[in-house]
Ligand binder design. Structure first.
Ligand SMILES: NC(=O)c1ccc[n+]([C@@H]2O[C@H](COP(=O)([O-])OP(=O)(O)OC[C@H]3O[C@@H](n4cnc5c(N)ncnc54)[C@H](O)[C@@H]3O)[C@@H](O)[C@H]2O)c1
Length: 270
């Protein structure tokens, strides 16, 4: 893997990856709506609005692999989600097919399955249960990934990312935390492992309180280094200061579930 495009370069994860992927691939092209303020000499940036196919085609031209982080990363109005995440994701996969790109790693989200209760342990075979329009857009991206893998032969990896941060900051994050270096491991499996065809992995570190069976990632050699339990005392102390959220606390997706939820906790399954 020589030439790699990373979309969403200016965002939180993109900013971390610009440091963590330095030296990993010889030729990395970074893309977003606007360049990062701290773009260094030698870093290559291409401006592209994901909602414009011609701009995306220019951004993907000549690369072998794509890490697709770009898009609207929380719940938002339908028009926003539609343009950045639905049309944007379609444009990304379609431009990749036209350009002969070999591999895509797609930043999906735990919010594609947010409406599973925390007492359920789920694997990647569980049907999607999006908790938001944003979660629906991630399920759509996973579906596109399967279409382009099985119909066109792209090698695709969807990462249902929990929460990327230096440490888990509350109880929910103790279950879904992803150390940035562990994300790099997962990205590298997606871009480099010879047996990748069409995979879904959970983007989670070694979280003792986790809800996800990540056996698929482990089969590909994933060995997370982050141990959420090392941060449990601080996270639980922070949790105690949060307001009560009965619906959000019941479901894996947390506040994305309680947001706009009709009714109360009595509607939640037991
Ligand atoms: N941060 C997390 O813990 C987390 C968890 C689950 C999933 N994800 C996913 O990972 C990806 C990166 O997350 P992040 O936290 O860095 O998000 P972010 O919001 O910080 O960055 C997203 C970037 O995408 C760009 N973008 C938005 N619309 C665009 C468009 N139309 N065209 C081109 N670029 C556009 C934005 O300018 C932004 O720089 C997102 O797809 C997000 O949904 C992140």
């Amino acid at each position: 893997m020589q030439k790699v495009l990373v979309t969403g370069a200016t965002g939180g994860i993109g900013t971390r990856l610009r440091k963590l992927l330095r030296g990993v691939y010889p030729d990395i092209r970074w893309s977003d709506l606007a360049p990062p303020a701290d773009l260094a000499p030698g870093e290559t940036f291409v401006r592209a609005d994901l909602a414009a196919l011609s701009e995306v085609e220019r951004a993907v031209d000549g690369v072998q692999g794509i890490v697709h982080l770009g898009g609207f990363s929380v719940e938002g109005p339908w028009e926003t989600i539609l343009n950045a995440n639905i049309i944007g994701c379609y444009n990304l996969f379609e431009a990749a097919r036209r350009g002969g790109v070999e591999r895509i790693v797609f930043a999906s989200s735990n919010h594609a399955v947010g409406f599973y209760p925390r007492q359920r342990r789920i694997g990647v075979e569980a049907p999607v249960r999006p908790d938001s329009r944003y979660g629906v857009s991630k399920a759509f991206g996973e579906a596109l990934a399967a279409l382009y893998a099985f119909k066109h032969g792209l090698r695709v990896t969807c990462l249902r990312i929990g929460n990327v941060a230096d440490t888990p900051v509350d109880k929910r994050r103790l279950a879904i935390w992803l150390l940035p270096e562990d994300l790099v491991q997962l990205i590298r499996i997606g871009l480099e492992h010879p047996d990748i065809r069409c995979e879904i992995f959970y983007g989670a570190s070694d979280n003792a309180r986790g809800w996800w069976d990540n056996a698929a990632a482990f089969r590909f050699g994933y060995r997370p280094q982050g141990r959420a339990e090392d941060h449990a005392a601080a996270a639980l102390a922070a949790e105690a200061r949060l307001p009560a959220d009965p619906v959000g606390d019941w479901y894996q997706g947390g506040p994305f579930c309680s947001d706009e939820f009709d009714g109360g906790i009595e509607r939640a399954p037991t």
